[in-house]
Design a binder for this molecule. Structure first.
Ligand SMILES: [Zn+2]
Length: 284
């Protein structure tokens, strides 16, 4: 399939009433596991790299090019997305490197500044056919700086989309980043009101889905969410599998042995989530 534009994956998902998994790539093994999950399920996936992950790797190119290469080599439909770029220059860099979409996160700015900077990124992206995701009504938990409880206002969402021309909108509807227990409730009525207020060509994005239980995510998709961002939940599977492997094999030295245990754990759980979001059989 090679690299697939994010817009194509999301447009198909909206038409089908599906959710699509957008999973964070932290290192090469994550990208490999997520591509394998997409191949096993024959479902599309969005691989996303956050500004935090780029900082961890000490720069944009190594992790970005590795992830693009994994997507290009896969037989599945895979898009590569830049997640949570607060630096507009980084969003422009990703656009120029062939990412299918970028999230410019101006949620900490006031409404007018968020609109102005987002428009600039959208303008640059448009000529490359790249979709821009933006966030309105800050989603809790990022960097621990903001308490959950903020909500996106449907009328403001409609105005923001009209003024910026963004192609996808991250909404604050009850989830919060970096939760390790899946106990968050979603305001499904608000999801439906935002969905009704914003043009159907603009998919809604759920951030912080790691803290939301399976059935609540499914209900959210039915209410109008399309792109489902998951990071912490898969990271916990990766780390848990490695911890178990090392406990059971205290003499192991070859790092590939335990990293592959983590990679396998991400693959199976990502495959399960892709099927769940797409409304397919969740067995296996
Ligand atoms: Zn997020």
């Amino acid at each position: 399939m090679t690299l697939t534009p994010t817009r194509a994956i999301l447009t198909d998902a909206v038409a089908a009433g599906w959710g699509v998994g957008a999973f964070n790539v932290l290192h090469l093994e994550t990208a490999e596991a997520l591509a394998a999950a997409a191949e096993a399920t024959r479902l599309p996936v969005i691989l996303q790299i956050s500004e935090n992950a780029i900082r961890y790797h000490g720069g944009f190119e190594p992790i970005a090019r590795a992830t693009l290469a994994v997507a290009e080599a896969s037989s599945a439909a895979i898009a590569v997305h830049l997640d949570h770029a607060e630096d507009a220059a980084l969003a422009l860099l990703a656009i120029d490197h062939g990412f299918g979409s970028v999230m410019y996160d101006g949620a900490k700015l006031d409404f007018a500044d968020n609109v102005a900077t987002t428009r600039r990124v959208v303008g640059h992206a448009a000529s490359a056919g790249v979709l821009v995701e933006a966030e309105l009504g800050e989603i809790g938990g990022k960097d621990g700086a903001h308490a959950p409880g903020v909500r996106t206002d449907p009328d403001e969402a409609a105005q923001f989309v009209a003024e910026t021309g963004v192609g996808a909108l991250a909404v604050a509807v009850g989830s919060s980043h970096a939760m390790t227990e899946r106990v968050a409730a979603l305001d499904l009525g608000l999801v439906a009101r935002i969905r009704a207020a914003v043009p159907e060509t603009v998919p809604l994005v759920l951030h912080g889905s790691s803290g939301v239980a399976d059935e609540t995510i499914v209900a959210g998709i039915r209410a109008g969410l399309t792109k489902i961002n998951v990071s912490t939940h898969l990271n916990a599977r990766f780390t848990g599998a490695i911890r178990r492997f090392l406990d059971e094999h205290p003499g192991v030295v070859d790092s590939r042995k335990y990293l592959s245990a983590g990679r396998d754990a991400i693959e199976s759980e990502a495959a399960r989530l892709l099927r769940l979001f797409a409304g397919k059989d969740t067995n296996g």
